[in-house]
Design a protein around this ligand. Structure first.
Ligand SMILES: Nc1ncnc2c1ncn2[C@@H]1O[C@H](COP(=O)(O)OP(=O)(O)OP(=O)(O)O)[C@@H](O)[C@H]1O
Ligand SMILES: CC(=O)N[C@H]1[C@@H]2OC[C@@H](O2)[C@@H](O)[C@@H]1O[C@H](C)C(=O)O
Length: 402
């Protein structure tokens, strides 16, 4: 099949590539999917190939450097934008070949890019309400290197319509997971934690979602500090398993105002990034905690924040049957145990994406391919009820291939 052939036999089957790089900056997720169904409809999705390409160390360092707005000068931002465009293009070409396909087989690429700054809350300048978000990874470069039309920069259109520009994946979760009889919570535990609520038999307007708080960001942050950079994550929850939770500190951390902010809401590194980790390191001293105690307490805080979000914002009107966990946090057994302790007493079964036959690793990359399918069909692909946008928007900017 040729991606460019829009005749009646091929129009409903096409291959697409989705690219994602999350807030943890652990590399580029690339997926090839087959979409069966009308463009911009409710397609059947088949995962053909998936690959995670770690960033070269120098690129990762530059991304982290540019999280600091004082460091992110316009020349460095411009340079990183095309640099990441090149790396995303390579990741796309590699996964296409892993799928046993050629570029000519691929109808389009949907690429999220790398968020370096996200400012969803209104800043008023001379009566103008400004909110903004910056994702890097130039679509023109991806299209030029691959010869495939590429959709990028999804979030800004939702923000222009008054939304938070996040989360965007719930639209695709509604398309792919909705059930008639069960209310589902889809919990992503990436850098940040985010929850999508899909009530049994719901319409798109009834789906809601929000960021629950830190995902792995605080755990990764403290582990990196405590091990002087030799470890980037608590692999297998090993440190947390050896520590004890300090309930006094836990209680103090639970007072963070984000948890009680009303919906819709989203958050990021601006709140739970390195400044927050600095504070956790100070608490370690103040409470005289071992390294493992601090990791255990931070891991419990992360699990608690998900349970707390469910109790506060979901349970009364949408008692859930299942919470399906995706993202790297699902690979941390201690975090998953703590989450079970939170959720099971409330009657919510805790499962991973793999346990329901999906791929946790590929989920977000798949989502951006699916969102791009809607962009190219010129159909709205945001959920105003989720992002707080005042109206539907066709998100994504198109860089056409010749
Ligand atoms: N084996 C493991 N043991 C413990 N933690 C793990 C393991 N594998 C991954 N993780 C955690 O998952 C994180 C990566 O998660 P993920 O890839 O979902 O993040 P992301 O996509 O960058 O984030 P986001 O969804 O917020 O954009 C790692 O930084 C680490 O904290
Ligand atoms: C601005 C930004 O990149 N936000 C991410 C981040 O990572 C998780 C959470 O915060 C979510 O809001 C979002 O990503 C997912 C892919 C989303 O938009 O659904």
């Amino acid at each position: 099949m040729h991606g460019g052939d829009f005749n009646t036999t091929t129009i409903h089957r096409r291959y697409a590539v989705g690219l994602m790089s999350g807030t943890s900056v652990d590399g580029i997720d690339a997926a090839v999917i087959e979409l069966i169904g009308e463009p911009g409809g409710k397609p059947e999705v088949r995962l053909i190939a998936f690959e995670n390409t770690p960033y070269p160390a120098i690129a990762r360092e530059e991304i982290f450097a540019l999280f600091d707005p004082k460091v992110a000068t316009v020349d460095r931002v411009g340079r990183l934008n095309v640099w990441l465009g090149e790396l995303f293009a390579k990741a796309a070409l590699s996964v296409i070949s892993k799928a046993g396909l050629s570029q000519a087989d691929i109808a389009f690429i949907g690429s999220h890019g790398q968020t370096i700054y996200h400012a969803p809350d209104t800043q008023t300048v001379e009566g103008l309400n400004l909110h903004y978000t910056v994702q890097l990874g130039e679509g023109a470069v991806i299209a030029a290197r691959t010869g495939i039309t590429c959709v990028t920069d999804f979030r800004v259109a939702d923000m222009a319509a008054g939304g938070q520009g996040a989360p965007l994946v719930p639209f695709t979760e509604y398309l792919l997971y909705r059930e008639d009889k069960r209310t589902l919570l889809l919990q992503n535990i990436g850098g940040i934690g985010n929850m999508t609520v899909i009530p049994a038999g719901c319409a798109a307007e009834q789906v809601f979602a929000f960021d629950t708080g830190p995902g792995n960001m605080l755990i990764d942050g403290v582990v990196e500090r405590l091990t002087e950079g030799t470890k980037k994550m608590d692999v297998g929850g090993e440190m947390a398993r050896l520590g004890s939770i300090h309930f006094g500190l836990l209680k103090q951390l639970q007072q963070e105002p984000y948890y009680s902010l009303p919906l819709p809401k989203s958050t990021g590194r601006e709140r739970f990034g390195s400044t927050y980790v600095d504070r956790l390191m100070e608490y370690q001293n103040e409470y005289d905690l071992s390294a493992c105690d601090l990791v255990a307490t931070t891991t419990m805080l992360t699990a608690w924040s998900i349970g707390d979000a469910y109790r506060r914002f979901v349970r009364v009107h949408n008692p859930a049957d299942r919470i399906i966990v995706g993202g790297g946090g699902g690979y941390n057994p201690v975090l998953m145990d703590f989450l079970r302790q939170e959720m099971e007493p409330m009657g919510v079964e805790v499962l991973t994406q793999e346990e329901v036959g999906q791929s946790s690793d590929a989920k977000e990359a798949i989502a951006f391919a699916l969102l791009a399918d809607y962009t190219l069909a010129r159909k709205p692909n945001n959920l105003p009820g989720v992002t707080g946008a005042q109206k539907p928007a066709v998100m994504g900017k198109v860089s056409y291939s010749c």
